[in-house]
Write a protein that binds this ligand. Structure first.
Ligand SMILES: *[C@@H]1O[C@H](CO)[C@@H](O)[C@H](O)[C@H]1NC(C)=O
Ligand SMILES: *[C@@H]1O[C@H](CO)[C@@H](O)[C@H](O)[C@H]1NC(C)=O
Length: 336
């Protein structure tokens, strides 16, 4: 009896797939190596073509190896290695979100921005007791790498109606949960940066490339916030020496959540650094940053804080006067 006939069909199957994998790895190595060396000589648009080619090959092999767990596992490890080798630092973007009429519209807009950003992982944290179907379905068709979490803000901690921002819970527990997820799941050797991106701001794509290489904590101007056209760090000789902020200007770090990013290692090295439910409004940024850094260690970005790359836009609360009069909602069985 030959060796082959003694093999079970499963063994044969594994053998075939591992052979395909080996061939593919070789092909991948050739393509990857070409890209790697080409980087020195060719313009970036050609490099990104090579990257696309790799991704295409990878997808093809996943397709072929579908249903063969050993091979899939091997390929996943390989994909990770390839990505870690050639790629830029990863952006871990934490977005707290909560149910309201404009939620899906806001998430849609934000997701379309970050679809254009490479190597980004979106951590979406719902302020809810349970994950909602709306956000679950939205994320699964978003085509983005994401993590979906949820934690409810205790009712007593929500802002009151007297507060002009009463519709917007502070996102404290949600952002902290995002940080805990990062500390638990991200490999300590991963290169990256953590950014807190609310779902209602507007982001220039350049912002992501500015923050990506943050060594400590980077800062930049934010448009349309704090009652001003722009709130910004004041920079002299490449160092932050003050702030132009007028709203609650005595804060240690008088900046907006959208105006800074933190190096991933700094987050991992300071497990105690977090936001807090017991600090006054406007002090969350200072609470986190005081745990991590001093003002003179901040890295100014956006051309020494001379450019606005993010705007604190706020969507008007929609007029739903007619809706409230209906006995049957206009969107019965329909997600808006
Ligand atoms: C959350 O899910 C649990 C378990 O399915 C359920 O008992 C509870 O009522 C849900 N809470 C809300 C607010 O929907
Ligand atoms: C920022 O300012 C410093 C000191 O003036 C200068 O060396 C550096 O090149 C500037 N950076 C940018 C991006 O303009």
């Amino acid at each position: 009896m030959s060796r082959f006939s003694r093999m079970s069909s499963l063994q044969l199957f594994v053998l075939i797939f591992c052979t395909i994998t080996a061939i593919w790895l070789t092909m991948q190595f050739v393509v990857f190596n070409t890209c790697w060396h080409a980087a020195k000589y060719v313009p970036t648009n050609v490099q990104s073509l090579c990257q696309k080619e790799q991704n295409y090959l990878l997808l093809r092999v996943f397709e072929i190896a579908k249903g063969e767990p050993q091979c899939i596992k091997l390929l996943k490890i390989f994909e990770k290695t390839v990505n870690a080798y050639g790629s830029k630092p990863k952006i871990f973007m934490i977005t707290p979100t909560y149910a309201r009429p404009v939620q899906k519209a806001e998430l849609t807009r934000l997701s379309h921005t970050i679809l254009l950003v490479t190597n980004i992982h979106w951590i979406v944290v719902e302020d809810a007791e349970n994950k909602t179907a709306l956000v679950t379905n939205f994320l699964s068709k978003s085509r983005l790498p994401f993590t979906h979490l949820n934690v409810p803000t205790p009712p007593a901690m929500k802002m009151t109606k007297e507060d002009p921002n009463w519709l917007k819970p502070r996102g404290v527990l949600q952002r902290n949960l995002g940080l805990s997820w990062i500390r638990k799941h991200v490999h300590p050797d991963e290169k990256g940066v953590v950014y807190f991106a609310d779902d209602d701001n507007t982001y220039d794509l350049d912002l992501f490339e500015e923050m990506r290489y943050t060594k400590t904590v980077s800062v930049w101007p934010v448009g349309l916030v704090g009652g001003l056209m722009v709130e910004k760090p004041i920079v002299k000789n490449g160092k932050v020496v003050g702030w132009n902020t007028l709203w609650k200007k005595d804060r240690p770090f008088p900046l907006d959540m959208a105006g800074f990013a933190v190096n991933l290692k700094l987050i991992l090295d300071h497990p105690e650094a977090a936001f807090s439910l017991s600090v006054p409004r406007g002090y969350q940024e200072s609470k986190l940053l005081k745990d991590l850094i001093r003002v003179d260690q901040l890295e100014p970005k956006a051309d020494n804080c001379t450019k606005v790359l993010v705007w604190h836009t706020r969507t008007e609360y929609p007029k739903l006067k007619q809706e409230w009069k209906l006995s049957v909602p206009s969107n019965l069985h329909m997600e808006v």
